[in-house]
Design a protein around this ligand. Structure first.
Ligand code: HXC
Length: 260
């Protein structure tokens, strides 16, 4: 449930929107192992909860997350990292069925950027700084940074960001398609929740299969993605919401979707 006692995150609800707030403000929301475990658990709980339709993931004004917890990693060895295999849990974030809308502000660095790129839509405040600074620590991204960033912004911009480690501004991120919208800092969370509510009112089965189909486009050849899309499209004709949605159009009234 939602009233679980988490140490490093907070969970809340606003109608059909589940809100997860990263909460380690004293270290700019550095992502330690426990925080990521709690985050994945909260996401999976919301994914199972039929009354939650969309999820907003946020931090605070100063930081969405300044990366993996460097103190926690500083004394690791290759073998201890291999045995701990701490980044495997990140793969579960990509399997969440419901749309995740990131509301980011301030530092979005390293693992914070990788986490943001696992979200489906991103609303950023004007003060957002996005980067992959791992190179400055003698390492490199380990939770998808080299792969997802390249697919999102293209080769040359990804190379620049990954090899210099310098963050880019919200405006630049917008230009490169890394975020959907940039708003004043007082508004970023509200803007994300408003968008989440809009999507929460859509027929949930269509929402689910659209998300899955878009993700298919990222790591499959076009022909496979198209075949997957077509099957999903046909499948939705088994839903009551398809009957209702099309009937409502024909009858010139608003549809009432049930998620069946
Ligand atoms: C642990 C961190 C941290 C991090 C900040 N802090 N980022 N602790 N891990 N990633 C802590 C600082 O040590 C400090 O704690 C407190 O947060 C405030 O940070 P300051 O540095 O004092 O703030 P400021 O001078 O404003 O600088 C902000 C900053 C800087 C530019 C964001 O903190 C910074 O460079 N952080 C590291 C960013 C980074 O390299 N991220 C990538 C991590 S590697 P104290 O106790 O001193 O007050 C990574 C690998 C991903 O993410 C692999 C997959 C997950």
């Amino acid at each position: 449930g939602e009233q679980m006692d988490y140490e490093f995150i907070r969970v809340a609800r606003d109608q059909a929107v589940g809100i997860i707030t990263l909460h380690r403000p004293e270290v700019l929301n550095a992502l330690n192992l426990k925080l990521v475990d709690e985050l994945v658990e909260a996401l999976e709980n919301m994914d199972r909860d039929d009354s939650v339709r969309t999820i907003v993931l946020t931090g605070n004004e100063k930081a969405f997350a300044a990366g993996a917890d460097i103190d926690e990693m500083a004394d690791e060895t290759a073998i201890s990292m291999l045995l701990k295999d701490q980044f495997t849990v990140w793969d579960r974030i990509a399997t969440i069925n419901k749309p995740i809308i990131a509301a980011v502000s301030g530092y979005v660095l390293g693992g914070g950027c990788e986490l943001m790129m696992n979200c489906d839509i991103v609303i950023a405040s004007e003060t957002t700084k996005i980067g992959q600074p791992e190179i400055n620590l003698g390492v490199m991204p380990g939770a998808g940074g080299t792969q997802r960033l390249t697919k999102m912004v293209g080769k040359v911009k990804a190379m620049e960001m990954l090899l210099t480690g310098s963050p880019i501004s919200a405006e630049e991120a917008l230009r490169y398609g890394l975020v959907n919208k940039v708003v004043p800092v007082e508004m970023y969370l509200q803007e994300a929740v408003t968008l989440a509510k809009k999507i929460a009112a859509k027929p949930p089965l269509a929402v689910r299969l659209i998300k899955k189909s878009v993700l298919k486009a990222i790591d499959n050849p076009l022909s496979e993605g198209l075949a997957y899309e077509r099957n999903c499209f046909y499948l939705l004709f088994a839903s009551e919401d398809q009957t209702e949605g099309m009937r409502a159009f024909v009858e010139k009234r608003k549809p009432k979707f049930t998620g069946r």
